[in-house]
Design a protein around this ligand. Structure first.
Ligand code: SAH
Length: 384
């Protein structure tokens, strides 16, 4: 089978640079594009990136790229690829996704059907199977995806399975949870380091706190779940186990962290606690039922990360206005603390009562949101 792969990490818009940095930290050079980060690597890269990337959605193998202006070109292009190096005889290989953008070919179901035919024909030829007899698909599953952008087809195999934001620890969620990979990305964009206090005063199901604890303890976000590639017959199971063992060795369970989550809703606090317990972090994070308006602290240099209710999601407009205003008043005395607040409310700064030092556009699912960033005053150590 194959030794070297062309790989792509798919990423939510706005977070490409974060994922690019993560991939480089794992030791792979990469190129960043809209929604995608490209890199090359062996099976080890597939294992490592799936286990360790905190902000990506999925890792896919690029089987090939070619121009596809007609169905004939698509068929010939797919047929020419080295499918025998990926798909063993008996494999299931649904064409699970087809996406056509700004291209002559735009009928996605037909693109799927043609791609399927071409892969089948190639495998029949390679394995010397009669053409009239369908291939039996009884083995492990390879999800093939086709993307045609401006008449260029990219043919991929998904290695991940359930999207990487599904870490496996979320037993329950509230009405408006933030995705785990988005929470991790925001922490990476913030100036939080594991030696600083972290507070999420609207913690809901606890996502920011749990992701921060995973970062602080250097725990691989994928340690609690499996991936599609693990089912593939040619994947060396020992290498996968080694990836998991190495991750276990790199974890720093004894890291001293100061992470707290509050929520006005006691049921959310119960859920947050259960999720943290599932992630193995029961005693690491402090969760408490509390109104954010009651938050006071003498600690310095902390970081607040919050994804408060937005009008369209959880509260009516008037209540949101009041909440944001009280947030501003509650956080203002915390002069050395930095605050990172994610909301879709375009008037947030006015309601909060302070202009952000920096604003960054992100997408929470399909909802456009901004990360309002307020930097704490620097405190010189000798003045403390
Ligand atoms: N990021 C969270 C979702 C936050 S939704 C997650 O991933 O699950 C916003 C949360 O703010 C809700 O859980 C809501 O109960 C809480 N909230 C609303 N008003 C609040 C207040 N005054 N003080 C504290 N929490 C509040």
């Amino acid at each position: 089978m194959k030794e070297n792969f062309k790989l792509v990490a798919t990423v939510a818009a706005g977070l490409e640079a974060v994922v690019g940095k993560e991939i480089r930290t794992l030791g792979f050079d990469c190129q960043v594009e809209n929604g995608k980060v490209y890199f090359d690597g062996t099976l080890e890269a597939i294992i490592k990136t799936n286990l360790w990337l905190r902000a990506a959605d999925r890792i896919k193998i690029i089987v090939g790229r070619f121009p596809a202006r007609t169905f004939e070109e698509l068929f010939q292009g797919v047929f020419a690829l080295d499918w025998e190096n990926y798909l063993p005889l008996g494999a299931k290989f649904p064409i699970s996704k087809a996406k056509c953008v700004k291209s002559k070919l735009h009928n996605e179901p037909s693109v799927q059907a043609i791609t399927k035919k071409a892969v089948v024909k190639k495998l029949q030829k390679h394995f010397h199977r009669p053409e009239g007899v369908p291939l039996q698909e009884i083995g492990s599953e390879f999800n093939i995806e086709v993307s045609i952008l401006k008449d260029q087809a990219t043919i991929m195999i998904d290695t991940t399975g359930d999207s990487l934001f599904k870490r496996g620890y979320r037993v329950q969620k509230g009405g408006a949870p933030i995705k785990e990979n988005m929470a991790a990305a925001i922490l990476s964009l913030s100036n939080w380091f594991p030696d600083k206090p972290l507070v999420d005063p609207t913690c809901g199901s606890g996502t920011f706190c749990i992701e921060a604890a995973l970062i602080g303890m250097n725990i691989a976000p994928g340690f609690n779940r499996s991936f599609a590639f693990e089912q593939w017959s040619w994947v060396d199971k020992e290498l996968v186990q080694k990836g998991r063992d190495d991750a276990e060795k790199e974890a720093r369970y004894d890291a001293e962290l100061d992470i707290s989550g509050f929520d006005v809703d006691g049921r959310m606090i119960e859920i947050a606690k259960r999720n943290a317990e599932e992630a193995g972090l029961a005693n690491v994070i402090t969760f408490k039922q509390m109104r954010l308006q009651d938050f006071r602290t003498d600690k310095i240099n902390g970081v607040i990360v919050s994804n408060p209710p937005y009008g369209e999601r959880l509260l009516d407009d008037k209540a949101v206005d009041i909440l944001y205003n009280e947030m501003g008043q509650t956080f203002a005395p915390l002069r050395t603390w930095s605050k990172f607040i994610l909301t879709s409310d375009e008037d947030f700064e006015k309601k909060y009562g302070q202009k952000a030092d920096k604003k960054r556009k992100l997408y929470n699912g399909t909802l456009k949101v901004d990360l309002y960033q307020f930097y704490g005053e620097r405190v010189k150590r000798h003045l403390i």
